[in-house]
Structures are given as structure tokens and as C-alpha cells.
Design a binder for this molecule. Structure first.
Ligand SMILES: NC(=O)c1ccc[n+]([C@@H]2O[C@H](COP(=O)([O-])OP(=O)(O)OC[C@H]3O[C@@H](n4cnc5c(N)ncnc54)[C@H](OP(=O)(O)O)[C@@H]3O)[C@@H](O)[C@H]2O)c1
Length: 240
């Protein structure tokens, strides 16, 4: 993967923000790095824009505001021009980890909408720009999933909304990989590890720095053998 024309959703904090930091710090940073936030201002992103004004673009996006997608895609198209879009990282997500006693239909639908439906709808909306890049270079859709969405790995039960939303995302990723293969667009689901963020909490095992650095290596190594796969941040396969 060339990572020259990239979108990261949910980039105002946590893993998404670390993707922005690390991509800008690489030897050949993306020519177009488009990152989304639903907040109007973020001091660190604002600072990064001031030092990378031609490269970094922060666009406002509430991922479940489907009516805003046309306008969003137009803005992205204007930024990337004929380069198209070679990497879409669907990172924005929420965690609702209710047990059997507490789970509600509302919890299930809310988690499913943000973690499963919106990555698919955004991918669909951005397909023309992905296809435009895939005509001449490697192109990928990277869905940030979670190991707790692995059916085989589930030995402790519970966590109904989050677990099932990420299992569904893994299935969506597999279908995308098959459907987009002919267009030379690869799709993978990626587990970032248990990461120290607002979502992962302070006791998580790894920092955003370690997670993102290894995920970037894994994304760069995407190939036809990893199509539709569910991979750990270090590139090792996780059973679906
Ligand atoms: N941290 C972990 O240990 C861990 C483990 C496995 C998988 N993951 C996955 O990794 C991804 C990033 O997690 P994280 O730990 O960085 O979480 P985080 O610190 O809670 O950040 C979540 C990001 O998603 C954005 N977001 C949530 N709902 C949104 C919406 N409706 N529209 C637009 N943006 C929205 C948030 O924006 P706001 O600031 O506006 O809320 C924020 O930027 C998620 O998909 C998560 O499921 C994390």
C-alpha cells in the first residue's frame, strides 16, 4: 500500500489521532491526509494542520448523518483530484458492552449502526474515489474491528452489542473483499490490540503508539492473500 491519499474517520482522539500523528511523521507522508471529526475544533489537530497546511485536511463528519455523505464526498473529491483515494480507514466506533441482564434493543441497534452500518455506507459512498486510485495503484479499505468480535475467540460470553457489531463488521469486510477484488481494492478487518484510549481504559495492554505503528506495517503489507482477512495489529490472523 502506498498510503498517499488516505482517510481516517474518528481522528480527533484515541487510535484515530495517533494514525494522524504517525502518518505525518513518516519519511513519505501522504500527499492528501483527510481526517474526520464530529467536533468543530481540536487543539492537536488544529496545530498539526497549521504545520501541514497542504497535506492535512480535517473534515467534519458525524458518521451516521447519511444525508451529509454527498457533500462530504464532494469535499474529498476536490482535495484528492485525479489522485483518487487509496486508503480508507473506518476507525470511528463506540463500545456498548451490556450483559444479558442489561442489554436492550436500543443498545444493540446503536452499536450496530455505528460499528457495522456506517463503515459499509461510507465505503459505498467513497467507492468512485477508491476506484479512481485503484486503476493505477494498490488501494484498500481497512475496517478497525475488535478481537471480541471473533466468534471462535468468545469464551466468556456477554458484551452483546459490541461483540456482535464487530462480528458483523468482519462479515461486511469479507463481502467487500470479494466484491471489490475485480476493482483491485482490497479490504481487511484489523484488531488494534487492547489499547490505552478512552475506550480501552488506562489498564489496556498497549499504547496507541505501539498499536498504530504495527497497524501501519500491517496495512502496508496488505496483499491478495490477506483479502477479507481479520488480522491482529501485528499482522497475525485472528479466527473469524
Ligand atoms: N481501544 C481499544 O482497546 C480497542 C480495542 C479493539 C478495537 N478498538 C476499535 O478501535 C477504534 C478506535 O477506538 P479508540 O479506542 O480510539 O476509541 P475512542 O478513544 O473512544 O475514540 C473513538 C473515536 O470514534 C469517534 N466516533 C464515535 N462515534 C462517532 C460518530 N457517530 N460519528 C463520528 N465519529 C464518531 C469518536 O469521536 P468523538 O470524540 O466525537 O466521540 C472518536 O474520535 C474503534 O472502532 C474501536 O471499536 C479499540
Amino acid at each position: 500500500m502506498s498510503l498517499q491519499s488516505v482517510i481516517i474517520t474518528g481522528a480527533n482522539r484515541g487510535i484515530g489521532l495517533e494514525f494522524v500523528r504517525q502518518l505525518l511523521a513518516t519519511q513519505s507522508p501522504p500527499k492528501h491526509l483527510i481526517v474526520t471529526s464530529r467536533q468543530s475544533a481540536n487543539p492537536e489537530l488544529d496545530q498539526l494542520v497549521s504545520t501541514n497546511p497542504d497535506r492535512l485536511h480535517v473534515l467534519k463528519l458525524e458518521v451516521k448523518d447519511y444525508d451529509s455523505y454527498d457533500g462530504f464526498v464532494q469535499k474529498v473529491a476536490t482535495i484528492v483530484g485525479s489522485d483518487g483515494l487509496d486508503t480508507l480507514v473506518n476507525n470511528a466506533g463506540i463500545l456498548i458492552y451490556s450483559n444479558l441482564q442489561k442489554v436492550t434493543a436500543e443498545d444493540m441497534l446503536k452499536n450496530f449502526e455505528i460499528n457495522s452500518v456506517t463503515p459499509l455506507m461510507l465505503t459505498k459512498a467513497l467507492l468512485p474515489l477508491l476506484k479512481s486510485a485503484s486503476a493505477n495503484r494498490k488501494t484498500a479499505v481497512v475496517n478497525i474491528s475488535s478481537k471480541v468480535g471473533s466468534v471462535e475467540d468468545n469464551t466468556s460470553g456477554g458484551g452483546y452489542p459490541y461483540r456482535s457489531s464487530k462480528s458483523a463488521l468482519n462479515m461486511i469486510t469479507k463481502s467487500l473483499a470479494i466484491d471489490l477484488k475485480a476493482d483491485n481494492i482490497r479490504a481487511i478487518a484489523l484488531h488494534p490490540g487492547w489499547v490505552q484510549t478512552d475506550m480501552g481504559g488506562p489498564n489496556a495492554l498497549i499504547t496507541t503508539g505501539e498499536s498504530v505503528s504495527k497497524m501501519l506495517d500491517t496495512i502496508r503489507a496488505i496483499n491478495d492473500k490477506t483479502l477479507g482477512d481479520f488480522l491482529n495489529y501485528d499482522g497475525k490472523p485472528i479466527p473469524l
